[in-house]
Design a protein around this ligand. Structure first.
Ligand code: SF4
Length: 309
């Protein structure tokens, strides 16, 4: 009898599907995927393939982002209950209220947000390009940054701009404490601390490098260091080891586990593919066309000002 992995491969070919896995996914999902990476990078890659089906092993907003960029493809999320608590900390209505309080302000929205919130925004950004996006906007303009207060705080500091921040946060990244970094540093004094900008300010302040997941992978390629303390979701350690088998990676905190990212299993990927002939598949993620077009504009504007991203 075929194994789960063999069945996934067979159905993938039969349905012309491509499987994407975010860097925070369980190791066996990353190893089985066609592409691994961050949410926007994966959505862009999927849009450039001729696949008819995209299976996004990640959380809900990521599947929405893939659907925004690939309106002609069927996007599946193998576990519909895999949400992102940070993305869900702001609604389109709350953003509309905020815009009314700050008339004329430009809205920059982190890609970790619902499609409806992107549709209400002027620009999208990623954790890799948030500083550059804000830096490129006219200095006389007020800027609202949603939904992550910590990424927003990092951007405000780097750009010396006074941003209007929304009090959202990632419940996983805030579990990493200043003491975690100090303890890891005491144990491994030669290690370089790489911290994701979703971490709190005290953690960022004692870290050598503030990097998105994609930037971490690039940074290591050009670094002479052999040991790295990694302050982000723990799945990243697997992604780093896969590409850098000779380096050592130490998780800043074993508590930094995103329970939503870990809801995806190989069996659920198989079930989503098996359910494809079902027109009303519960795995299918769609974005209404009017919201999709407006959300895409915010993504397009980001690419226009930072074409190399
Ligand atoms: S790690 Fe944080 S930002 Fe990423 S999906 Fe989980 S809750 Fe959302």
């Amino acid at each position: 009898m075929d194994s789960v992995l063999e069945k996934i491969q067979n159905l993938k070919q039969k349905h012309k599907a491509v499987i994407l896995a975010h860097n925070y996914q369980p190791g066996e999902i990353q190893d089985m995927a066609d592409f691994t990476g961050d949410s926007l990078g994966l959505s862009i890659k999927a849009s450039q393939t001729d696949a008819e089906v995209v299976v996004f092993c990640g959380v809900y907003f990521m599947a929405e982002t893939a659907a925004i960029l690939s309106p002609g493809k069927r996007v599946l999320l193998p576990e519909k209950l895999a949400g992102c608590p940070m993305a869900d900390m702001i609604t389109a209505e709350q953003l509309r209220d905020l815009k009314q309080k700050h008339p004329g302000a430009l809205v920059v929205c982190y890609v970790n947000s619902p499609a409806e919130v992107k549709a209400e925004s002027d620009y999208c950004c990623t954790s890799a390009n948030a500083v550059d996006v804000v830096d490129s906007l006219p200095v006389e303009k007020k800027i609202i940054f949603v939904p992550d207060q910590y990424l927003g705080g990092h951007v405000a500091e780097k750009t010396s701009r006074d941003l209007v921040l929304w009090p959202g946060y990632c419940p996983t990244h805030v579990l990493i404490s200043e003491d975690d970094i100090k303890n890891a540093k005491a144990q491994f004094p030669d290690a370089v601390v790489m911290t994701h900008p979703e971490c709190t300010e005290p953690v960022r302040n004692i870290s050598e490098q503030i990097l998105s997941t994609g930037q971490m992978l690039k940074f290591i390629r050009h670094s002479d260091a052999k040991r790295f303390i990694v302050a982000t979701e723990i799945g990243m350690i697997h992604a780093l080891k896969r590409q850098n088998p000779n380096a050592e990676f130490i998780a800043a905190s074993p508590k930094a586990v995103c329970p939503n990212m870990k809801k995806i299993t190989l069996e659920k990927v198989l079930w989503a593919l098996e359910d494809l002939p079902n027109a009303g598949s519960k795995y299918h993620v769609t974005v209404p066309d009017d919201i999709r077009k407006r959300a895409k504009k915010a993504l397009d504007r980001m690419v226009e000002i930072l074409p190399s991203q």
